[in-house]
Design a protein around this ligand. Structure first.
Ligand SMILES: *[C@@H]1O[C@H](CO)[C@@H](O)[C@H](O)[C@H]1NC(C)=O
Ligand SMILES: *[C@@H]1O[C@H](CO)[C@@H](O)[C@H](O)[C@H]1NC(C)=O
Length: 448
């Protein structure tokens, strides 16, 4: 056969036909498959918050001395101003306003999915959301400034790695990290990139409870979140139940809304147990508890562990009760997105998980577990030594006085230890409280 003729035929008929076919297949796949995955889990009116692409990363970039100087004074100014936005719409912040504080570093892509989730929380218009940043960037600020669904404010950790790239509390010449190869010299075995998270956590708690205009007689609850969290719509709805359960209990107690996701959890159950990590996502407490923590702050600040939650466990251990009890939702209302490749991927998976979750339960039960020898979980002591990374005296001193003056790795322990609610079938439980919703929206608003 004539080769020339063959080529001619393919050109005139075959290739365009194949091309058209491929294009059709692509369009059909895109329409039926790709589009729903991308957007269905985020409601249309909230897609404007998705400003960062799925693979977005800030470039590693060290500021020059002059830029650092300018940024430091800007941060100082902003921390002094402490401006609350959207008060015209939602009213001034009061001494009993529930506050959500979000620790933000550089993961803007996950932060925007947290914001999308916050926007869907019922009663979110009654709270104040505080974003505490350890990385200053105009694109993050723009994202936060686009929030219209609640009151919000921004504070900035003034001892961040961004502002101290080459000296303590950043990576100091005396840190082994920066003198590698010259081991004969004394060096401190700390990593400023890891210590920043604990410092920031502590600084922002100090700032919220001691440094805001309404801090002096602050009666509200503070819920601690991180940029890689995702909250469920009934978070604040459940807060009422946990708050009410606290009033039935003696001693020190905190609330927790976060734990790793698992199937078949009871969305209408609260469990009372000794607090320990990994119940550190969505931890919540008020100023009374904060003052108790402050009274043992040295056990937080001098405990050799870069994780704030294990340090807090150590500090609670030094209180007279020897532990803090927690009222925790048996099913999480705060999830971590850190184990997913991106915030968007997390949203897709979480919406699938929650398709048949019974959120907004009408009957809620709070239980404490008892076995034949008393409380099941009374023995959760902190390890006598921390996991290390926090042995430098300079870190201790900065932590002890943080307001003289805030994420990198994620230390959330996702390997949940066995759940006493499911692992001990022989245990009896004592019902502490039984709640049923019959409050009007006005009453609820008052409680929040
Ligand atoms: C904090 O919560 C506890 C327990 O509900 C309560 O007894 C205490 O009065 C609260 N503190 C403040 C300052 O509101
Ligand atoms: C609901 O509210 C009414 C009064 O408004 C009260 O009598 C009742 O005990 C409340 N609780 C339940 C479970 O109905």
């Amino acid at each position: 056969m004539n080769l020339k003729l063959l080529i001619f035929r393919a050109r005139s008929r075959g290739v365009p036909v194949y091309c058209c076919l491929l294009l059709c297949v692509y369009l059909v796949l895109k329409y039926f498959y790709w589009r729903p995955l991308e957007t269905e889990s985020v409601p249309k009116h909230l897609r404007g918050y998705l400003k960062f692409a799925e693979n977005f990363k800030f470039p590693r970039h060290k500021l020059r001395a002059a830029e650092i100087k300018r940024l430091s004074s800007l941060v100082e100014l902003l921390n002094n101003e402490r401006e609350v936005f959207q008060t015209r719409r939602y009213g001034a912040v009061r001494g009993d306003t529930t506050t959500l504080v979000v620790q933000v570093h550089r993961d803007a892509e996950r932060l925007q999915t947290l914001i999308v989730s916050l926007a869907q929380v019922r009663y979110i218009h009654t709270v104040l959301v505080v974003f505490s940043h350890s990385y200053y960037d105009n694109r993050i600020n723009k994202l936060v400034a686009s929030i219209t669904f609640c009151r919000y404010m921004q504070i900035f950790y003034p001892y961040s790695l961004q502002l101290y790239p080459n000296k303590f509390p950043g990576i100091d010449p005396e840190d082994c990290l920066s003198v590698q190869g010259k081991r004969d010299k004394y060096c401190s075995n700390r990593d400023g990139r890891l210590t920043e998270h604990k410092h920031h956590w502590w600084w922002k708690a100090c700032f919220i409870f001691n440094n805001l205009d309404w801090s002096d007689n602050f009666k509200g609850t503070v819920i601690f979140l991180e940029e890689d969290n995702y909250v469920l719509p009934d978070l604040l709805y459940m807060l009422r139940y946990t708050t009410r359960t606290l009033s039935y209990l003696q001693g020190i107690h905190v609330m927790s809304f976060g734990r790793p996701y698992a199937k078949y959890l009871d969305y209408d159950l609260l469990s009372v147990l000794s607090w320990r990590p990994p119940f550190d996502n969505g931890l919540a407490f008020n100023k009374t508890i904060w003052q108790k923590i402050m009274s043992v702050s040295s056990y937080f600040c001098m405990y050799d562990d870069v994780s704030w939650s294990y340090s807090l466990l150590n500090a609670f251990g030094k209180l007279r009760a020897g532990r803090a009890d927690v009222v925790a939702t048996a099913a999480p209302r705060v999830l971590s997105t850190s184990m997913f490749p991106s915030g968007r991927a997390a949203v897709r998976q979480i919406s699938a998980w929650l398709a048949d979750a019974k959120l907004f339960p009408v009957n809620v039960k709070a239980v404490m577990l008892y076995g034949s020898s008393g409380r099941i979980d009374s023995g959760s002591k902190p390890p006598p030594w921390g996991n290390g990374g926090w042995s430098d005296m300079r870190d201790h001193l900065l932590c002890l006085d943080p307001l003289m003056s805030t994420t990198t790795a994620n230390f959330n322990d996702l390997t949940a230890t066995s759940d006493p609610l499911t692992s001990s079938t022989t245990a009896d439980y004592l019902t502490i409280a039984h709640h049923r919703v019959n409050m009007s929206d006005a009453e609820i608003r008052h409680l929040l």
